[in-house]
Design a protein around this ligand. Structure first.
Ligand code: ATP
Ligand code: MG
Length: 251
């Protein structure tokens, strides 16, 4: 019932080996200071898993998510996404694979302010090469599935936080990705709205088999996942499947 990491019958969607990330910062003396924020991270995430990543502020969660989402590159180590070595891809191939496989959801929704909900959701389809009317038609269908068709012509400032996050989730889903990467998606929402958003992620995972990797600071949110990874100072210090029993012991 709960996906197990060592299940060898499925090829991992995400396969990460000894991933390290260093940042180089300027200093008052002019010499760059090198700081390492991820240390030898090794991970396999199989299709259909629902993974929560937790850890203190600054522990490297967003850095890891940005690398998994091909928005940033590791300093060393290897990353295979859907069996492709990400480092070997050209920037065009990377953009294509990102558009095809991954939907992103962020804490601040990241909607384009002057666009309607419909046009926000249609944007990834335009990038994928569909024409405007086809993109809008598919975007409206996606908004309908997310329960927002009556808000299609609203701009973000005419929507509640929960509705804005549902628009962002619709945008993440419109290309039918296999993977949703969500970095603190409920961080700006009240607890009732957070539960509604998590119910939507849960449904997408259970009914459509979409793989979800979600960063959160809250145990109640992490409890929706089947697997919990904890980062501390850039190291993975915990990586285990969760059962209802283990979850209720931590809440
Ligand atoms: N572009 C950058 N340049 C230099 N240092 C960076 C950069 N981005 C992140 N860092 C540093 O890397 C470390 C990890 O940052 P990261 O954003 O991954 O943490 P986080 O776990 O997501 O924290 P939070 O819970 O606050 O979002 C921090 O010490 C941060 O200052
Ligand atoms: Mg972060």
């Amino acid at each position: 019932m709960y996906p197990v990491k060592s299940d060898t019958s499925t090829k991992p969607l995400i396969h990460v080996e000894n991933l390290c990330k260093n940042y180089s910062l300027g200093s008052s003396t002019g010499d760059p200071i090198n700081s390492q924020v991820l240390f030898d991270v090794c991970l396999d995430i199989n299709p259909g898993e629902f993974v929560a990543i937790m850890g203190h502020s600054g522990s490297g969660k967003s850095t890891l998510m940005n690398i998994l989402g091909c928005l940033d590159t590791p300093t060393s180590g290897h990353y295979w996404l859907a069996e492709r070595d990400v480092a070997s891809l050209s920037s065009d191939e990377l953009a294509r694979i990102r558009n095809r496989y991954i939907g992103f959801v962020f804490q601040g929704f990241n909607l384009l302010k002057r666009m309607t909900a419909l046009d926000n959701v249609a944007t990834p389809l335009l990038y994928a090469g569909l024409n405007r009317s086809r993109s809008r038609k598919l975007a409206l269908e996606q908004l309908r599935r997310t329960g927002l068709e009556n808000f299609a012509l609203h701009q973000p400032n005419q929507l509640s936080g929960g509705q804005q996050q549902r628009v962002a989730i619709s945008r993440a889903l419109v290309n039918q990705p296999q993977l949703i990467l969500a970095d603190e998606p409920t961080g700006n929402l009240d607890s009732q709205t957070s539960s509604e958003i998590m119910a939507l992620f849960d449904q997408l995972n259970r009914e459509q088999g979409i793989t979800i990797v979600l960063v959160t600071h809250e145990n109640e949110i992490a409890a929706y996942a089947n697997r919990l990874i904890r980062l501390k100072d850039g190291h993975v210090i915990h990586d285990e499947s969760q059962t209802p029993e283990s979850i209720s012991a931590t809440i």
